[in-house]
Design a protein around this ligand. Structure first.
Ligand code: DAH
Length: 356
């Protein structure tokens, strides 16, 4: 190849290498292959040459044109890819972050408490089960061994829904999450290990009661489940939830229609200072017991083969104790100042606790 062509090749290649953006690249492309480009001018000049000369020169020029066309295309693609990469980096959006400049929301203490309960029981192998807020009287009471004359069944405590013509079941707004135990035992084969957080309703309203509140139920069914498992599980839960490895926990005999024996669970507390874990006083935090043989039978389980324990707690009550919230009604007043104070960071989810 003659010297002038080789010089042109080197010049164009070095200009291409120096072209840092598409604009510079386009200038090289037009300056080389465009209508009045340098290579185009040489190709045009071929026509004026003597046939012999033209032949050799033509071959060299065509080869040079092919080479430079490819080099220009390659460089264009590389610049294109680099520009796209730079945009992707510059415009990267982390969709899990709050939009810049907007006020950051907070997780409501109820949601947070449910999240923490789920994390703690999740680490113990429980999964979450759900049931409807509008429950049949059978799931909410009868299947749970609650006699017809039980005071919880009165209109005074329970919201009954108007009868539906043609539908032969009484419906209530569920007064407890315990009905989810029944639904779970009817729909899943044991062994079972579930918690059931959810809304519950009772005709009650004062500083510590609200017509709508939340409970978290627990149910474990297996072939060798004992009271020891119940105690170990609940002591572990309470100590992790309140973040107090030596929290005193007391089991006090009690009565629930659906468990036998039944126990109320208390934690150590100081009435004077309100400190959890301190002082000589006890505070009731949840109900529990071994699932009653009649409840197992109502769900088709033979109590000679299957045993289990159950428990139920008020989510508001535990959240109030944990966060020092004095009035239950404040949970539902939608006061943004309250939420800013008691709410928690949405970007710091409850961690999976691995026990104390
Ligand atoms: N359902 C009971 C209530 O609302 C709480 C409860 C107590 C649930 C003992 C249970 C249990 O599963 O075993 O007061």
């Amino acid at each position: 190849m003659s010297d002038d062509l080789e010089i042109l090749r080197q010049e164009v290649l070095s200009e291409l290498a120096g072209a840092a953006d598409m604009r510079a690249w386009d200038a090289v492309r037009v300056g080389t292959l465009g209508k009045s480009g340098r290579l185009t001018a040489l190709l045009k000049a071929l026509g004026k040459m003597a046939p012999d000369e033209r032949k050799a020169r033509g071959v060299a020029l065509n080869r040079l044109r092919d080479d430079l066309t490819r080099a220009i295309e390659d460089r264009g693609q590389a610049l294109d890819a680099a520009a796209l990469e730079a945009r992707l980096v510059a415009e990267r959006v982390d969709v899990s972050l709050p939009p810049p400049g907007t006020a950051q929301g907070a997780i409501h203490p109820i949601s947070r408490a449910v999240e923490e309960m789920t994390a703690i029981f999740g680490a113990m192998g429980f999964s979450v089960a759900e049931g409807p807020d509008i429950e049949t009287d059978w799931h909410n009471f009868s299947a749970l061994n609650t006699p017809d004359h039980h005071p919880a069944r009165t209109d005074h405590d329970t919201f009954y829904l108007p009868p539906v013509p043609g539908l032969d079941v009484a419906r209530v707004l569920r007064t407890q999450t315990s009905g989810v135990q029944i639904r779970t035992m009817l729909s899943q084969k044991p062994p079972i290990r579930v918690i059931c957080p959810g809304r519950t309703y009772r005709a009650d309203h004062d500083a510590t009661h609200s017509p709508m509140f939340h409970q978290c139920e627990g149910l474990v069914i297996g072939q060798d489940i004992t009271l020891g498992h119940l105690k170990g599980c609940l002591i572990e839960f309470l100590r992790v939830f309140f973040d107090k490895p030596d929290l005193p926990v007391r089991f006090r005999s009690s009565y629930f229609p659906f468990t036998e024996p039944s126990m109320e669970v208390d934690i150590g507390w100081s009435r004077r200072t309100g400190e959890i874990g301190g002082g000589e006083d006890w505070l009731e935090v949840l109900g529990s017991g071994m699932v009653h043989a009649r409840v197992l039978a109502n769900c088709g389980l033979d109590s000679r083969e299957w045993q289990g324990f159950a428990f139920g707690m008020g989510v508001e009550r535990l959240a109030m104790l944990k966060n020092g919230i004095p009035d239950l009604r404040s949970f539902y007043e939608s006061d943004i100042r309250w939420l800013r104070h008691y709410g928690s960071d949405p970007l710091a989810p409850a961690l999976l606790h691995e026990g104390v």
